[in-house]
Ligand binder design. Structure first.
Ligand code: DI6
Ligand code: FE
Length: 404
């Protein structure tokens, strides 16, 4: 097995136990073995016997190293686009108006159903490449634009395929309960029956890592959401929830009762929801792209989340309707400018806490035993990653121990 030494770098380990901000180690060395981090620390403390075992050496040229970025909430696989809706909203229509008038999620459902698996892959690959170019090494992709067995299956297969062909680890989430498809209009409960029927079939094909739902007055009630969660739990699958995005529907409390990995959006989250999430260890996934793009004015309760010790993750929410965004670095900036997170909280939100939101404890920090997924950046200080607008200072990515 090769043992690789990386030196001449500064490592933002993001380890919570490390005393320096960002877990920063100056003049660091990193040793990789078998796709994992074997050692990280100040170079002068590198054990001589470990140094002697290294079979290869890389000079990082003084770069800043962070864990590979993790985009823990995306709807990246979809057909078509919604630029026309953007125009309508610029003329005064609201996101909910457009959805009620038959546009919104269901217009993307139409385009996604019409696309073949190969076409869907071509469109989605462009978006995935943009994320990977900014240092994303783990990505969650939800279904939810098929809303019928064969089309949900097609989208999840595309997501899995992207993870096989590209240098990124893809985690799939079944979001059958995203919207009520046209053939079930006015029959939401019957559609939930269908979601509950689809889930074990998709799971049996190895296409589902987690289960999500959109709990909102324009989507599914808490009662309907709970039925989906019960079906997930029967299969041993973890759940997460689009909760309190447009109103306080009690979704976060429900999700916490099911031990949700995360509750996402949360602009309307209240005290009880935050307390329930804290008790359950659910991560708050904040999505500044959707907040910005829909010109929301209600801010997620960041102070409340901090007060309750709820871990905060940040993600693109990459989707055609509410966040057509393929830049996780831009989301770092927006999390700070719009939501007032510190750059350190924002960076933890796309590394350590994003890993937690996906139920993954083998990544998100640079520490012995963790996956060797990391990024070399041409920046002097980690805060620069959140400060710059529209820059991409990525130099190189190491994925599973190998230079991409
Ligand atoms: N909330 C969102 O912001 C996205 N899905 C969801 O449940 C929007 C999806 C879309 O408009 O296509
Ligand atoms: Fe979303």
């Amino acid at each position: 097995m090769t043992v690789q030494l990386w030196r001449h770098c500064r490592v933002a380990t993001l380890q919570p136990s490390h005393p320096a901000p960002y877990g920063l180690i100056e003049d660091a060395a990193l040793v990789l073995e078998g796709g994992r981090i074997a050692w990280v620390g100040p170079r002068r403390e590198l054990p001589a016997d470990l140094a002697a075992r290294c079979t290869g050496e890389h000079d990082a040229g003084g770069a800043l190293v962070t864990p590979g970025l993790i985009d823990c909430h995306t709807h990246l696989v979809y057909g078509g686009d919604r630029a026309h809706e953007f125009e309508l909203r610029l003329q005064g229509a609201s996101y909910e108006d457009v959805a009620r008038a038959g546009g919104g999620i269901n217009s993307t459902v139409k385009a996604t159903r019409a696309a073949t698996e190969a076409e869907l892959e071509v469109q989605s690959l462009k978006r995935l490449r943009a994320l990977v170019a900014e240092g994303v090494t783990t990505l969650e992709i939800k279904s939810g634009y098929g809303l019928a067995f064969e089309h949900e299956r097609k989208a999840l297969r595309v997501a899995r395929g992207l993870g096989r062909s590209q240098p990124v680890d893809v985690r799939t989430t079944f979001l059958g309960a995203h919207a009520i498809p046209p053939e079930f209009a006015g029959r939401a409960d019957a559609y939930v029956d269908e979601v509950v029927r689809m889930l074990p079939l998709l799971h049996a094909e190895g296409l589902v890592d987690a289960v999500d739902a959109f709990c909102e007055r324009i989507a599914f009630s808490t009662g309907q959401t709970e039925r989906v969660f019960q079906a997930a739990h029967a299969l041993g699958l973890p759940v997460k929830l689009h909760a309190e995005q447009l109103s306080d529907s009690g979704g976060a409390e429900l999700a916490a009762r099911y031990g949700a990995l995360s509750c996402d959006h949360l602009e309307w989250l209240g005290e009880q929801g935050a307390a329930a999430m804290a008790a359950a260890g659910s991560v708050a996934v904040l999505l500044p792209g959707a907040f910005y793009f829909l010109r929301e004015t209600k801010l997620p309760p960041v102070a409340l989340l901090r007060q309750h010790g709820v871990a905060m993750a940040i993600s693109t929410d990459c989707n055609p309707g509410s966040s057509p965004c393929t830049s996780l670095l831009l989301m770092l900036n927006m999390a700070c400018t719009l939501f007032r997170l510190t750059p350190e909280e924002a960076l933890a939100g796309v590394t350590r806490h994003a890993a937690k939101a996906l139920g993954l404890d083998d990544r998100g920090v640079i520490a012995p035993g963790k996956r060797a997924d990391f990024v070399l950046w041409d920046v002097a200080h980690p805060a620069q990653l959140a400060c710059a607008l529209g820059a991409n200072p990525r130099l190189q990515t190491v994925f599973k121990g190998e230079l991409v």
